[in-house]
Design a protein around this ligand. Structure first.
Ligand code: ATP
Length: 881
C-alpha cells in the first residue's frame, strides 16, 4: 500500500514535474515572444522618430526653398514694378518734390501716369516703397474724396505733375473754389498771366459746365469730325502740335456741405464725366462724389493715407503737398515761356516714327524745322521745285540747315530711294561725318560721295559734275527706251531698276564757277545741263553760298538760276530772294525763309531750324540708319583734299618675281598718281613700242618727283618682267632712289660716274628696260647726244626713259636748246612749274592754266589727252608727309 502510494506520489510528482517543465517552457516562449514584440516596438518607434525627423527636415528644406524663390520672385517683381513705374511716370510725373523739375515731352510723347504717394511693399526681408500712380490726362477724371487738407495736397500735386509733363500751353485750368474763392490753388495763379488759368465765380458753375459741354460738342463736331475716336488718336496721327489743349476743370466742394449742385448742373456734370476724356476735358473734383464711370479714378483720403481705384486694396501713403513757392515759380516760368513762344523743334523731332517708309518716285519731301506754332515745315524737291539755292552770310547756319535737311531726308528715304553726293568747297570737314572715320565707323548709307577740303581742288567738283552728267545720260537713255518722260514713269515701267533720286549738295559752289578757265566753263555747262534736264530724271541740285558775288555770278546765267525755284534764305542773306522780298533781313537767328516760288514775296514760309550740328545727336541718327543698311550698301567715297593717297598695294611688286619669259603685254601702264575723279582711279601712262613713249617729270620738288618715279617703276614691276636702271645724279634723291632699288626685283644702280657704263650696256633683249633718271639734267653736255638717241630710238625697242628734269629749260637744253623739238617726250608730269613755262610741251599756245600747289601735279600724255589733267602723286614711302 505504502509502495503503491509511493508509486502514485512518484507518478504525480513526475506529472507535476512535467507540467512544471511544460509551464516553464511555455513561460519562456511567452517571454521570448514578449521580448521580440518589445524589440519590434522599439524598432518601429525608432523608425517613426527617424521618419518624423526626416519629414521635418524635408519640410524645412522645402520651406527654405519656397522662401528663397518667393524672395527672388518678389525682388524681380519689385524691380519690374519699379522700372514700370519709372517708365510710366518718368521725370516730373514721378520724381519726389525735393528733386522735382518739369520735363517736357518730345513731340510724339504721350501722357503717362502721375504719382500721388507710395505703397509699402514687402520684398523678402526688406520693406520697400513703390510709387502709387494714377491715370489722368488722356485717361481719366480724378475724384478726390475724404479728409482735407490732404485731399487738397493730392489735387495740387496732380495738377503740378500734369503741367510739368506737358508743353507750356497744352493744359488750361479752370478752378471753381466757392469756399476759398481760389485761395486753395492760389499758387497756380501766375498761369493766369498767360491765359492758362481762370477762376470760376461761386455763382458761375452752371455757366462754366454749360460752356464745357458746348466745348465737347464742338470738338466732336469739328475737330474729331467722326474720323477719330479721341483727341489722343488725332494727335498721334498728325505731326503738328496738339490740335486742342487739355481743359482741366477743378471743382472744389466742401465735403461738409450738401446740395452743391442743382439737378441741371448734376446732369451737365454727368455728361462731362461720360464724354470729356475723349475730347481732352478732365475733371478734378474734390468733396463731391462723381457718378461711377470707367473714366473716373476715385481717391479716398484718410488722414495721410488713401486708397484709389488703380491700387485697389493697397494703402497709399500720400506725398506731402508740393511747396507753394515751387508751384508759383514753375507757373511763372511757364507763363514766361508761353509768351516767348514754343521752343523750336529738336533735330530728333524731324525723324519720322518709322524709318525708310517713303518712296521717292514722285519727289522727296522732308521737314527741315518747324514754324512758330510748332508744326513741322516740309520742303519738297521733285518736278517742281527741282533744285534749291541756299544763301546766308558766314555763321548764319547754312551747314546746320544742310545737316538738318540731309538727316530728315535720310531718315525717310532708304538707300534704294535716295543717293547723296556732297561737296564742300569750304576749308573744313563738315561732310566728313557722313563717311567712316577713325573714331566712328558708321556712315550714312545714302551717301555715295563726300568731298571735304576741296577748296583747292575745283577739279574734283568738276569730276563730280561729270559723273552726275553721265548718270543723267544713262537715265535719259533708259527713259527713252521705256518712253518715260519723268522718273516716276521710268520707275513704273522698270520696277526692277535701281533709280534712286539723286541729291547733289555743293556748299560754297561759287568756288567752282569763279575764274575764267576751262574748269569754270565746263562746270557751268555741266551745271546748266544738270539743272535743266535733272528735273525729269530725278537729279536735284542744292547749291549753297555765303558769297553775294558768287550768287550774283549765278544771276548772270539766267538759264541756270531760273531752274533753282526753291530758295532758302538764312538771316541777312542777300540776293537769294527776289529784290522786293525783304523777309531774310528781319528773321531772327537760326530761322530761315523757305520760298518755293523763286523768292517772290508772298510765298515765304518762316522756319525755325533745329540744332543739327551737335555731333552726338547726329551720330545717334546715323548709327540707327547705318545698322539698317542693306548688305549691298558700300561706304561712300570720301575725297579729302588734305589727305595724300598711298600707292595701293596692288601696284607694288609682291610675291614671286615674274619670270623673264612671262608675258608683259604690249603696253604696260606706269601708274603716276591718283586721278581727281569720283572713283579715285590711278593715272596711267601706257608705255608701248611707239616713238615718244618716255616720261619727263618736271620741277624742283624732290619728294614728289621721287614719288612719281617710284610709283611708275613699282607699278611697271608689278605687271611683269622688266629691267630697271636707276640713275641718280642728285644726292638729295639718293635715299628714295636706293629704296626703290631695294624694292624692285631687277634693278641696277648708276651714279654720276657710271653714265658711260649705262649707255654702253643698254641693249634691247625683248624685255622692257626702264631708265629711271633722277635729275637727268645733271648728266651734262657730254651725254646729251646719247640721251637724245635713247629718247628717240629707245621706245620702239622697249627701252623707255622715265626722267626727272629740274626745269623745262634744262630739259630743252638736253634735247637741243631753244627751238629743239620735244617730240621724244610723249608725256610729262609738271610739279612746281608755272603754266607758261610748259608752253613748249603743251598743245595750248601760251601753256596750260596751271598754278602749282603742294602734292598736285599736271599730267599730260600726248597720245590720250586734249588738255593736261591734275593728279595727286601717290605717297610711296612715308618719309615726307
Ligand atoms: N538752328 C541752330 N540751332 C543752334 N545752333 C545753330 C543752329 N544753326 C547753326 N547753329 C550754330 O551756329 C554756328 C554756325 O553755323 P554753321 O556752321 O551752320 O553756319 P554757316 O552758315 O555754314 O557758316 P560758314 O559759312 O561760316 O561755314 C555753328 O556753331 C552751329 O552749331
Amino acid at each position: 500500500m505504502g509502495s503503491h502510494r509511493n508509486a502514485l506520489v512518484a507518478v504525480v510528482r513526475q506529472e507535476l514535474a512535467e507540467a512544471r517543465g511544460t509551464a516553464r517552457a511555455v513561460l519562456a516562449a511567452a517571454e521570448s515572444a514578449r521580448n521580440e514584440a518589445q524589440r519590434r516596438k522599439k524598432l518601429i518607434r525608432d523608425a517613426y522618430a527617424t521618419c518624423l525627423a526626416q519629414l521635418a527636415e524635408a519640410r524645412d528644406t522645402a520651406r527654405q526653398d519656397i522662401l528663397r524663390r518667393t524672395q527672388a520672385e518678389a525682388a524681380t517683381l519689385t524691380r519690374n514694378v519699379e522700372s514700370l513705374a519709372a517708365l510710366t511716370a518718368s521725370g516730373a510725373a514721378g520724381t519726389s518734390w525735393r528733386y522735382w523739375t518739369p520735363t517736357e515731352p518730345d513731340r510724339v510723347g504721350r501722357p503717362g501716369l502721375l504719382r500721388i504717394g507710395t505703397v509699402a511693399y514687402e520684398a523678402g526681408e526688406t520693406r520697400t516703397k513703390l510709387p502709387a500712380l494714377v491715370p489722368f490726362l488722356d485717361h481719366a477724371h480724378v475724384n478726390v474724396l475724404g479728409d482735407q487738407p490732404a485731399a487738397d495736397g493730392v489735387v495740387s500735386g496732380l495738377l503740378l505733375r500734369a503741367l510739368g509733363t506737358t508743353r507750356p500751353g497744352d493744359v488750361r485750368l479752370s478752378v471753381y473754389d466757392p469756399e476759398q474763392l481760389g485761395g486753395t490753388l492760389a499758387a497756380f495763379a501766375p498761369l493766369g498771366n498767360a491765359g492758362l488759368l481762370s477762376f470760376v465765380s461761386p455763382g458761375g458753375l452752371g455757366a462754366a459746365l454749360d460752356e464745357l459741354v458746348e466745348h465737347i460738342c464742338r470738338v466732336n463736331e469739328s475737330v474729331l469730325a467722326g474720323e477719330y475716336a479721341s483727341l489722343t488718336e488725332l494727335t498721334a496721327a498728325t505731326t503738328g502740335p496738339r490740335p486742342e489743349p487739355w481743359r482741366v476743370v477743378v471743382l472744389l466742394f466742401d465735403p461738409g456741405r450738401t446740395g452743391h449742385l442743382t439737378g441741371e448742373q448734376r446732369a451737365q456734370l454727368d455728361r462731362v464725366v461720360r464724354t470729356g476724356v475723349a475730347c481732352g476735358v478732365h475733371l478734378v473734383v474734390r468733396g463731391l462724389e462723381l457718378a461711377p464711370h470707367p473714366t473716373v479714378e476715385r481717391i479716398a483720403v484718410r488722414g495721410e493715407s488713401a486708397s484709389c481705384d488703380t491700387t485697389g486694396t493697397l494703402i497709399v501713403t500720400l506725398d506731402a503737398a508740393p511747396p507753394p513757392e515751387r508751384i508759383a515759380a514753375f507757373c511763372r516760368a511757364t507763363a514766361e515761356r508761353l509768351r516767348a513762344g514754343p521752343p523750336p523743334a529738336r533735330f530728333a523731332d524731324l525723324e519720322p516714327e518709322k524709318l525708310w517708309t517713303e518712296s521717292s518716285a514722285h519727289g522727296l519731301t522732308a521737314p527741315i524745322g518747324d514754324s512758330t506754332d510748332g508744326s513741322l515745315v516740309e520742303v519738297a524737291l521733285g518736278d517742281d521745285p527741282p533744285h534749291a539755292l541756299i544763301g546766308g552770310p558766314s555763321g548764319s547756319g547754312k551747314t546746320n540747315l544742310i545737316y538738318a535737311w540731309i538727316g530728315s531726308l535720310a531718315a525717310r528715304y532708304g538707300p534704294g530711294e535716295l543717293a547723296l553726293y556732297l561737296l564742300d568747297f569750304k576749308e573744313g570737314v563738315s561732310f566728313a561725318r557722313f563717311a567712316p572715320g577713325p573714331r566712328d565707323p558708321s556712315w550714312l548709307p545714302q551717301v555715295r560721295l563726300a568731298g571735304i577740303n576741296v577748296n583747292g581742288d575745283r577739279e574734283f567738283g568738276l569730276a563730280m559734275l561729270r559723273h552726275l552728267g553721265e548718270e543723267l545720260r544713262t537715265r535719259a537713255q533708259a527713259a527713252k527706251r521705256y518712253e518715260a518722260s519723268k522718273l516716276a514713269e521710268l520707275r513704273a515701267e522698270d520696277p526692277g531698276g535701281h533709280w534712286p533720286r539723286i541729291v547733289a549738295v555743293i556748299d560754297e559752289f561759287q568756288v567752282l564757277l569763279t575764274g575764267r578757265d576751262a574748269v569754270a566753263d565746263e562746270a557751268v555747262t555741266l551745271l546748266e545741263d544738270l539743272a535743266r534736264r535733272g528735273r525729269s530724271q530725278g537729279i536735284h541740285l542744292i547749291l549753297a553760298s555765303q558769297d553775294v558775288s558768287g550768287i550774283e555770278a549765278l544771276w548772270g546765267r539766267s538759264g541756270l538760276v531760273g531752274q533753282f525755284t526753291l530758295r532758302i534764305a538764312l538771316p541777312k542773306a542777300r540776293r537769294i530772294l527776289a529784290d522786293t522780298n525783304l523777309a531774310a533781313a528781319v528773321i531772327p537767328r537760326f530761322h530761315a525763309v523757305v520760298n518755293a516760288d523763286s523768292g517772290v514775296a508772298g510765298a515765304n514760309r518762316v522756319v525755325r531750324l533745329p540744332d543739327a550740328s551737335d555731333r552726338a545727336v547726329w551720330r545717334s541718327l546715323q548709327r540707327k540708319l547705318w545698322r539698317e543698311r542693306p548688305e549691298t550698301c558700300v561706304p561712300p567715297r570720301l575725297f579729302d583734299g588734305d589727305a595724300v593717297p598711298r600707292l595701293p598695294a596692288m601696284y607694288r611688286p609682291a610675291g614671286r618675281v615674274p619670270r623673264g619669259a612671262a608675258d608683259v603685254g604690249s603696253s604696260p601702264g606706269a601708274v603716276l598718281g591718283e586721278r581727281i575723279d569720283v572713283s579715285a582711279r590711278p593715272a596711267r601712262l601706257r608705255l608701248g613700242r611707239m616713238p615718244g613713249r618716255n616720261l619727263a617729270v618736271l620741277g624742283t620738288r624732290i619728294d614728289e618727283a621721287c614719288d612719281v618715279l617710284a610709283s611708275a617703276a613699282l607699278s611697271l614691276a608689278a605687271q611683269g618682267p622688266a629691267r630697271f636702271r636707276i640713275v641718280c645724279l642728285d644726292p638729295g634723291a639718293e635715299r628714295p632712289a636706293a629704296r626703290l632699288v631695294a624694292e624692285l626685283p631687277q634693278a641696277d644702280w648708276y651714279g654720276p660716274a657710271d653714265l658711260d657704263d649705262l649707255f654702253g650696256t643698254l641693249a634691247p633683249d625683248g624685255i622692257p628696260h626702264y631708265v629711271l633718271g633722277y635729275a637727268l639734267d645733271a648728266a651734262g653736255p657730254a651725254y646729251r647726244e646719247r640721251l637724245r638717241g635713247l629718247l628717240a630710238d629707245g621706245p620702239e625697242q622697249r627701252l623707255h626713259v622715265l626722267g626727272w628734269w629740274r626745269s623745262v629749260p634744262r630739259l630743252r637744253d638736253d634735247l637741243g636748246g631753244i627751238g629743239a623739238r620735244l617730240d621724244t617726250i610723249g608725256a610729262w608730269v609738271a610739279l612746281d612749274v608755272q603754266g607758261p613755262e610748259l608752253s613748249p610741251l603743251s598743245p595750248q599756245p601760251g601753256g596750260p592754266a596751271w598754278y602749282p600747289r603742294r602734292r598736285r601735279a599736271l599730267f599730260f600724255d600726248r597720245s590720250v589727252h586734249r588738255h593736261p589733267e591734275v593728279i595727286i602723286p601717290y605717297e610711296v614711302n612715308s618719309d615726307h608727309t
